[in-house]
Design a protein around this ligand. Structure first.
Ligand code: FAD
Length: 407
């Protein structure tokens, strides 16, 4: 499969692999144990040019493709999930949204922060609006040249460490009329109007803070509304398109964890002896290895295909069908591959002295965050059928102009 990569892509992959093994791997266990965001790794990633790679060269980035980002993310994820997620979110997700729909000023702001190592936060989910994101109640009220944002979001990745925030809110004009759901850029400062109310106690990915954010009369200049050409009425659907790059990134993190776990299992199969033989000589384990490798290869191909499906022009995102299928398959396969890799180690696999248990905790999140496996299946089925399905909000949205965004 690697023969399909260009020379430049292979060189980038090799550089990322060397960096991950020398800089990231030795830190991974401590990042998990101490539950601290790895600022030292962020600095090293920025110096090595792995953040903001996809930002256009005119804005100080390298103008690299999503395939390039995917290659780097996999190498980081083999060693440390938190590091891989930093690479995802400094190259895909919110930064892609701003690069696609932002004004020149917004692009410059986002590019500067990301190239400094800032991992932007995407703020969509609320306590009562998870899969049903259109049920969000956070609101942005127009007051002259500003929007005033009030509301509460939870499970926001990077809460308390991210500076740039892309906040989704229901938009109201000066007369109080609802216009749709919009995205707003805000930079966290010391003011109390954007504060972290609590940190979630997570199963895995413990070095990456997940938190509840509260916006209390947060004033955002009107010029910081990220407005797709479709405006606020259909804007949510366009803004959510950014999630197709985020999904490819998240699927790649899961696939990379699985690849790392499989490397460990393979090595152990060749060294551990029982019954006077290497355990890799037992057919029961050989067939597990073959299945793990097959699922990994299929995941990788689906992710590469989805990453390549980005259309012409910087405003395009990966194809929603391909991105959803790749994330479903890669995340579900990765959970199984990591679980099987842990099995190879017997009791040792269950020990905190080896990385397998950390990988098993980390990988579990990828069928949940960024669209659950169930909701993504609904997306795939609805596109196959060409229907809006009853388990979405279509048909009873209070604002008919929001219905299209239910996709
Ligand atoms: C580690 C982590 C990081 C995250 N980071 C962010 C972030 O940075 N920003 C952000 O905005 N959000 C973030 N999230 C939130 C994430 O996007 C939501 O958890 C997700 O959308 C699901 O919402 P929920 O947790 O409220 O589950 P619910 O929507 O309450 O779903 C509960 C269950 O019901 C199922 N379900 C719901 N609706 C349907 C349906 N129509 N058909 C079939 N099954 C259905 C779901 O699949 C799930 O199994 C993160 C979550 C995690 C775990």
């Amino acid at each position: 499969m690697e023969s399909t990569l260009s020379r430049d892509e292979i060189a980038l992959q090799a550089r990322a692999r060397a960096f991950a093994q020398a800089v990231v791997r030795p830190r991974a266990a401590a990042i998990d144990r101490d539950e601290q965001y790895p600022w030292d790794i962020v600095k090293a990633l920025a110096e090595a040019g792995f953040v903001g790679m996809t930002v256009p060269a005119a804005l100080g980035g390298q103008g690299r493709s999503f395939v390039d980002a995917v290659l780097v993310i996999e190498e980081m994820a083999k060693s440390c999930t938190v590091t891989a997620r930093i690479v995802v979110e400094t190259n895909m997700g919110a930064i892609s949204t701003v690069m696609a729909y932002g004004s020149e000023a917004q692009k410059k702001l986002a590019a500067r922060l990301v190239l400094e190592g800032d991992k932007p936060a995407i703020c969509i989910t609320e306590p009562d609006a998870g899969s049903d994101a259109l049920a969000m109640t956070t609101r942005a009220d127009r007051r002259g040249d500003t929007y005033v944002i009030n509301g509460r979001k939870h499970w926001i990745t990077g809460a308390g460490v991210s500076r740039l925030h892309l906040i989704f809110a229901r938009v109201f004009d000066e007369r109080g009329q609802e216009l749709g759901i919009g995205g707003f850029l805000a930079v966290r400062d010391e003011s109390k109007s954007l504060r972290v109310a609590r940190r979630e106690q997570t199963m895995g990915l413990r070095g990456m803070p997940e938190g509840e954010l509260v916006f209390e009369n947060l004033e955002v200049p009107a010029s910081m509304a990220v407005l797709p050409p479709s405006g606020f009425s259909r804007g949510f659907a366009d803004l959510m398109n950014a999630y197709n790059s985020q999904r490819v990134g998240a699927g790649t993190v899961a696939m990379g964890i699985a690849a790392g776990a499989l490397d460990h299992a393979l090595e152990w199969a060749k060294t551990r002896e029982q019954f006077g033989r290497k355990i890799g000589e037992f057919q029961g384990l050989q067939w597990m290895l073959a299945d793990m490798q097959t699922q990994l290869t299929a995941s990788r191909l689906m992710l590469y295909t989805a990453a390549c499906s980005r259309g012409p022009g910087s405003s395009a995102f990966p194809d929603p069908m391909l991105a959803a299928q790749a994330k479903i398959f890669a995340s579900e396969s990765a959970i199984k591959i990591v679980n099987d890799a842990l099995q190879f180690f017997g009791a040792r696999g269950y020990s905190r002295e080896l990385p397998l248990e950390r990988m098993a905790r980390d990988v579990r999140m990828f069928t949940i965050g960024g669209g659950t496996a169930q909701v993504l299946r609904t997306l795939v089925a609805s596109k196959m059928l060409g229907w809006k399905l009853p388990q979405t909000r279509d048909g009873y949205s209070p604002n008919p102009s929001l219905r299209d965004a239910a996709e």
